[in-house]
Design a protein. Sequence first.
Length: 166
Amino acid sequence: MSESEKGLGLRGDVEIVPAAKAREAWTEARAFVAWREKWTERMLTYFAIAVGGTLGCWGRYAMTNVVQGIFGRDFPFATLSINLLGSFLMGFLFVATIERLTVSPIFRTGILTGGLGGFTTFSTFAMESRLLLVQGETGKAMLYVGLSLGLGVLLAFAGAWLAIEL
């Protein structure tokens, strides 16, 4: 240690860091903090989706039991009512949580992706179809609807056939 450094009261084991090296360390520290914040937000989003999905699944099960208790099982009124309610709620909450309500993006994702995704995926299908139509993509919307319904029913039959044949 030089005489001038001793005069500053510095201990012998302390290294004087050049300004460029200090800035580099500070930049790395800020990058780590930003990464950690992003990772935390992502994990909270996954947690919100999991909680919303659990509640949505419970809601679907409860509504299935109620509707089948009232209307029986001769026609899939339970699934139809769940899909229709889910579509309505997706349309309503999609717009309301952007334009009218102040909710965090994490909470919004938990409701829309988790809650309604657990309640019904048909709501997502309906909203995506609506968005295509609103964006003027009528051909794409019709293709999406046709493929979703046509292939969905076909694959339901194929899955059932495979399950029976195994």
